[in-house]
Design a protein around this ligand. Sequence first.
Ligand code: DC
Length: 220
Amino acid sequence: MKITIDGPAGSGKSTVARMLSEKLGFLYLETGLGYRVCAYLWMKNFPNDEPSWEKLKPLLEKIKIEPLVGRTDVWVEHEKVNDLLTTEEVGRVASQVATLKELREYLNSLFRRLLEGKDAVVEGRDAGTVIFPEAELKIFVTADPKERARRRVEQLRAMGKDISYEEVLKAILDRDERDKNRAVAPLRPPEGAIIIDNTSKTSQQIVEEILSLLKERERS
Ligand code: DC
């Protein structure tokens, strides 16, 4: 069984997806990490260039993505790089490499291969529209951009990073713009998705909501 959870940056979808994966014992695939690790490799190898598929392609064989219950591990050669992928800069470059059509096709077929025949919670921007449109349950999480920025600032400060609210809000609005308006796989709710507004709910409440939806569907 596949459950997809899509939504914009900072909507809280990762927390919901992680908690749901743990509750159900399903694998958790955070697809954004696929784009983030490509951005990280790009910044290391070609810091001054605009991302291109031709130059990115040979770097991809260094990457390993491992969906586990409650987390997704990402490796570059033998180094686990999860902690290096959380910066705003990596997020910004990730949304640029994410516009490369060939990269999206490459990652999508990798994601499908990794989860073939497995129960999984798949989280991203196009998990329910493109990667697993046949998923049994599709969720789209939204939240007010101001609330998303406030949460992100809190998260970054907890990690010891000092960044202004205005800066984060601008980064979120810019990223939304790019993710919604790109030609390939733009961010939008999948057909048949349940839309959940996370502006004034806790992740726990949303997980409970999704679990009762699953129970309802099992009964019918
Ligand atoms: O979810 P995230 O913030 O880690 O994603 C980083 C960027 O990767 C985001 O700006 C858009 C891109 N992305 C995507 O295009 N498709 C996905 N399925 C996941 C992420």
